[in-house]
Design a protein around this ligand. Structure first.
Ligand code: MIC
Ligand code: SF4
Length: 643
């Protein structure tokens, strides 16, 4: 079979459709992952589908996001997740074992396999040549129940890597460079496929850093070939037998090509409040900083943390800077503990957190008001750190630590010779914090699944009416994130299993009056701009507005995962011209008609939108035949149950 790497893996997994970019295909799902903040909902949905055991080759449930237990809620969720895992044949990575993407890369991701995860950074596994895709929880539930994954066949963009990274320049700078060139919507509809002679110069964790932040480009997936470096990684993880060689054919055809000379990349930084506001560190070096944080699923590798340790060895972080380290996995934390790296970090004054997502999504370490914080993470959306007026800068570990040491944003090249840290030939493999899925024959049907009082029943969507009167509840600009729609953070994450309580916080950072107005209106719609719903996979950003009566979102364009989530929960994703959208301010009363005909028309049709003043516009509802069925049924859960 000839073609791109993406085509090869898709062809091998194709169960419906033809592989033409832009058309809907269905692929067999080998592996799934969930995390606790999206997982509770996903497993409630899996339970509602009513199957005994997952049908995938491997499914893993991670507890990594919602680990700050200031009340009973999160611990109750963890207990629920443990019960479901035991009952339904799912591995459970316990709290303390690490961030799903880092641990999956270490222990489970395999070249050539498909992986679907209820987290937008699932493509991290593309670092070992998995075709890994982030989706909403319900799509993962469906995949665990044996459904293929339906997706728009991506266009494939080749990123030709040549040359070698200069000293002090990191994989993080490579993906920041791509964000600078392509922006946060530049990957929508695309698979980013890396190739070229530069690939061999990058280790698997470096590749994973690049693949991870393909999510910030809006890409469907990012993938690297599986080569000798991949084999070394799998060998170091004691699973060399899982290695296969995998690469694109020489004559593979790509819809787009980018050449990136690694030798020309320099230390870069994304400024507040968008991951594509990228400039060279040199350009803005010298700004005072208050906090530096290392970790997250983007930069938690052994080499990342050892680089940080080596840079601070024998030094003290200056008094004005809080230096936070959240190691991404137990494997890495244990390794740097044994070799003394952790002691170097502690001696320098680092504040060590547990192995979890932590400050990346505002769970702890919110900086002071008005702070400048430099983080090795992947998202810097306004308010996500937990402090609304803090400015978050995203950079490599090297830039972060150089800045922490100087107390000002610093180009690491100013520090002289970089430390030289090699990837170990073998990690100490210890999976004792992963409760393995019970063997099918030994499955314990009597497992009691304990649901704490915060775990509320799932709200079900209703089929859209043919005609509806809706009020514009909010009118927004471009690139609205799911963090804008429904914030995460330590205070709100415990409400992930409790939709009625979470509903009080929809658009909470932008307009706290939204929930009350939505409820008063009875039925509403949201007006957005381009790339509406970018960022996370959290389907709560669809479910909870649905619960508040949101029936449609009118926007210029949608982010991939959020659009699917809207359809999965019976909300119409309507596309309209930006000029037309500008005529629909908050409070406008709209009449939508012709909804059923638009759903039923092959490929979708136009919905007529009329204002009270009698002005009319059309909004396009583009749907595949399958999506039309889902919407008609009032969401994916209803549609799966009908089947
Ligand atoms: C994120 O980084 O925004 C999250 C938190 O990991 C989300 C998932 C969630 O909201 O639970 C994601 O990336 O999908
Ligand atoms: Fe966790 Fe942050 Fe990665 Fe999301 S982006 S999975 S919150 S570390």
């Amino acid at each position: 079979m000839r073609g791109t790497l993406v085509e090869k893996i898709i062809r091998e997994h194709l169960v419906e459709g033809t592989l033409e970019p832009g058309s809907e295909i269905a692929i067999r799902v080998d592996q799934t992952l969930t995390q606790d903040a999206t997982g509770t909902m996903a497993y409630l949905q899996f339970e509602a589908i009513g199957l005994d055991r997952v049908k995938t080759e491997l499914s893993v449930s991670y507890i990594d996001h919602n680990t700050l237990q200031v009340g009973f809620e999160n611990a109750d969720d963890h207990l629920y997740l443990a019960g479901v895992a035991r009952k339904h044949g799912i591995h459970l990575s316990r709290a303390g074992n690490g961030i799903c993407h880092q641990v999956h890369l270490e222990r489970f991701a395999r070249p050539g396999r498909t992986l679907v995860g209820s987290d937008s950074h699932t493509p991290t596994a593309g670092g070992v040549g998995s075709l890994a895709i982030g989706v909403g929880g319900l799509d993962v539930a469906a995949a665990m129940a044996g459904s293929p994954l339906y997706l728009t066949a991506p266009r494939v963009r080749r990123v030709e890597l040549v040359g070698e990274l200069p000293p002090w320049v990191a994989a993080k700078d490579v993906i920041l460079e791509l964000l600078r060139r392509l922006t946060v919507s530049g990957g929508v509809g695309w698979a980013m496929e890396y190739g070229g002679p530069g690939v061999a110069t990058l280790t698997v964790p470096q590749r994973a850093t690049i693949a991870n932040m393909g999510a910030e480009l809006g890409a469907t997936t990012s993938i690297f070939p599986s080569d000798e470096r991949t084999r070394e990684w799998l060998r170091a993880q004691d699973r060399e037998e899982q290695w296969i060689a995998l690469e694109a054919d020489q004559d593979a055809e790509y819809e787009d090509r980018i050449v990136l000379d690694l030798g020309q990349v320099e230390p870069l930084v994304a400024q507040p409040h968008m991951p594509d506001r990228v400039v060279p560190v040199r350009e803005i070096a010298g700004i005072d900083i208050d906090q530096v944080a290392i970790g997250s699923c983007t930069n938690s590798s052994y080499v990342d943390l050892m680089t940080a340790a080596a840079m601070v060895r024998g030094k003290t972080i200056p008094p004005g800077v809080s230096f936070v380290v959240a190691p991404g996995s137990r494997q890495v934390l244990a390794a740097i503990t044994r070799n003394g790296g952790l002691a170097d970090l502690i001696d320098a004054g680092a504040r060590i957190l547990e192995t979890a997502c932590g400050p990346c999504l505002g769970v702890g370490q919110a900086p002071r008001s008005g702070a400048v914080t430099v983080r090795s993470f992947n998202r810097n959306f306004e308010g996500r750190s937990g402090t609304l007026d803090a400015g978050v800068y995203l950079a490599s570990v090297e830039t972060c630590v150089a800045s922490a040491l100087i107390g000002k944003l610093t180009d690491p090249r100013d520090l002289g010779t970089p430390p030289s840290i090699a990837l170990p030939n073998a990690f100490r493999v210890d999976d004792s914090m992963i409760v393995p899925a019970a063997h099918p024959a030994k499955r314990d049907r009597a497992v009691e699944i304990i649901r704490g009082p915060n775990i509320k029943p799932l709200p079900l969507a209703e089929p859209p009416a043919d005609e509806m009167d809706v009020e514009v509840l909010i009118a927004l600009g471009d690139n609205i994130t799911t963090d804008d729609i429904l914030p995460a953070g330590a205070k709100l994450l415990p409400l992930r299993s409790n939709v009625p309580a979470y509903a009080e916080h929809v658009f909470g950072r932008i307009d706290p009056s939204f929930p009350a107005r939505a409820q008063a209106a009875g039925a509403g719609c949201i007006v957005g701009g381009a790339n509406y719903g970018q960022g996370s996979s959290r389907e709560h950003a669809a479910i909870v507005p649905m619960y508040l009566g949101v029936r449609a979102v009118l926007a210029e364009s949608f982010a991939r995962i959020h659009r699917s989530n809207l359809i999965n929960f019976g909300i119409l994703p309507l596309v309209a011209e930006p000029e037309a959208l500008k005529t629909l301010p908050q409070g406008t009363k709209l009449h939508l008609s012709g909804v059923h005909a638009a759903i039923d028309a092959p490929g979708g049709g136009d919905v007529r939108v009329t204002t009270e003043a009698g002005e009319a516009l059309t909004a396009r509802l583009s749907l595949t035949a399958r999506e039309a069925k889902v919407l008609r049924a009032g969401g994916l859960l209803n549609s799966l149950r009908e089947r």
